[in-house]
Design a protein around this ligand. Structure first.
Ligand code: ATP
Length: 251
């Protein structure tokens, strides 16, 4: 579904993406891990079109999208959530999702009032809220939602555009233990419906969720494979995991 070939992105003297190649198969949950500054967010930004690479190619669902603008990628079914999502804090959860549906449908010329009143927008928004377990919070203003609920709402906003591929940039960041567990459960459900690329530092979540893991260090892929292979990979242990997640894989 997604193929990245020999991608390079430099910032001055830093090569944040260094000849990186990666494949994501339809239906898989593919985690990207690596130490701070490894280039994970830089990669995601190139996948969504917020940043353009210096060289290399990105293909999505059979089309070359390397230099395609973000809105066109979004129309093709590529959605990003979290680090760049900004919720409208004075509006309700339902309004936030309805606006996302409206923008994706290409009706941004409508006046705001119409998103709130249009039946098909409201229905699509309600269904996205229900999918993330926020159906009962639809009419609550965002600023009154808990941090965990806001994260779930961001996910609903991304889902409302009916993506084929969901790019998640650190969905567990800032969540407590209970909220993280809820998010893992939610992602476990969503992965049945949508292909997911997950950037995450929470290794318990990554190893619980991923079909495949790619490990980046200094913008380069040092390993890519099933969680069991990644746990046992010597270079990955040295560069990133340490012993904590490398010890056993027999459970
Ligand atoms: P983290 O886990 O801390 O979020 P990351 O793996 O997402 O890190 P990036 O944020 O992609 O890493 O950064 C990769 C490298 O590129 C770092 O050395 C960073 O300082 C550099 N970098 C990223 N964005 C820019 C920018 N806009 N200008 C200059 N350097 C940048």
């Amino acid at each position: 579904m997604l193929r990245v070939e020999n991608l390079v992105r430099r910032f001055g003297g830093i090569t944040a993406t260094d000849n990186l190649s990666l494949d994501v198969a339809r239906g898989e949950l593919h985690a990207i891990i690596g130490p701070n500054g490894a280039g994970k967010t830089t990669l995601i930004s190139q996948l969504t079109g917020q940043l353009l690479p210096n060289s290399g190619a990105i293909r999505f669902a059979g089309r070359e999208i390397t230099t395609m603008p973000s809105y066109k990628r979004s129309a093709l079914g590529l959605a990003r959530s979290f680090q760049i999502t900004s919720l409208l804090t004075d509006f309700t959860a339902l309004d936030n999702v309805a606006l996302a549906v409206q923008a994706h449908d290409g009706h941004s010329f409508y006046f705001w009032g119409s998103a709130r009143n249009e039946k098909h927008l409201r229905e699509a928004a309600r269904s996205a809220l229900a999918r993330v377990g926020l159906g009962h919070r639809a009419d609550v203003v965002v600023s009154e939602l808990s941090h965990g609920e806001q994260r779930e709402l961001e996910l609903a906003v991304a889902l409302a555009t009916k993506p084929q591929l969901l790019l998640l940039d650190e969905p567990m960041a800032g969540l407590g233990i209970t909220e993280s567990a809820r998010m893992v459960k939610l992602l476990q459900e969503l992965r049945q419906e949508v292909t997911i690329v997950l950037v995450e530092h929470d290794m318990d979540a990554v190893f619980a969720l991923a079909d495949r893991i790619t490990v980046l260090v200094y913008g380069r892929v040092i390993a890519s494979g099933a969680p069991s292979a990644i746990r046992q990979n010597e270079e990955v242990r040295r560069a990133y995991l340490g012993d904590q997640h490398a010890v056993t894989d027999h459970a």
